[in-house]
Write a protein that binds this ligand. Sequence first.
Ligand code: FER
Length: 298
Amino acid sequence: MKISEAGWRMISTCALLFSFGFTATADEPKIQRDRSVELGPDDRPAFAEPPAGFNVIRSDIPHGRLEMIEYDSKTVGVARRMNVYTPPGYSRDRKYPVLYLLHGIGGDETEWERFAHPEILLDNLIADGKAVPMIIVMPNGRAQKNDRPEGNIYAAAPAFETFERDLLDDVIPAIEARYSTFADAEHRALSGLSMGGGQTLNFGLGHLEKFAWIGAFSAAPNTRAPADLMPDPEAAKKQIRLLMISCGNRDGLITISQGVHAYLKEHEVPHIWHVDGNGHDATHWQNSLHHFLPLIFR
Ligand code: FER
């Protein structure tokens, strides 16, 4: 029997939802806590719930702009796409810091915009004086010629590793050539959800000379072991400006983030460990991004 593309997508989506203990779709978030989730005394919220309206478009404030651009990827050998937010009043007369924001295993360069609206969150935070104007870059973290989330989405896991070179050698230079940016670690942040959370820890902690601000939400099993992520905690402490690790307490993948938190705590590496009541879902990602944005580039 031959399984169609759509069939594979359905099978992998079911496997994904089953493995995280989901009982409903993202539109209907009646998620039950996965019975395998065990919480420790540290596994608590570091932030209050976001205020009402934090994710609602306001007509009385200036808005940034989203544009889909192409860049030549030497790593992959094709032109690739990324979604770029520039803040209200973006001008070449000044320079901006840049947040690189990475999607999950079933996502692409449009996922954050569809799931969690970084542009709305940041417009609102900037209008309230709670975040600094910054550029947000949402690239495609599946660094292979066909980078659409098709077929067996797990089969593309190696391409999520390859993305390390695409990000460093192709994405960042393209952004810094095209936009008016600062170009040092102090003005670069890296963040992501799930597979992109794992990439954030792997590439961010692996390249602290490039990124000083790091936020990993619901990091997936692509995350390297803590001692590989940070073999020299003393050196890392000197370079990191902010390290935030977050996960929902209904997310069956929480053991990965718990392990990173335990290692950081053992080595006394300052970090924020935020565990809220969500699952492996867009609510956790949107809320976590809302908490992360005010803390960076300050
Ligand atoms: C896995 C389970 C989940 C895995 C990746 C994920 C690479 C990613 C999930 C996501 O990005 O939402 O075993 O292995």
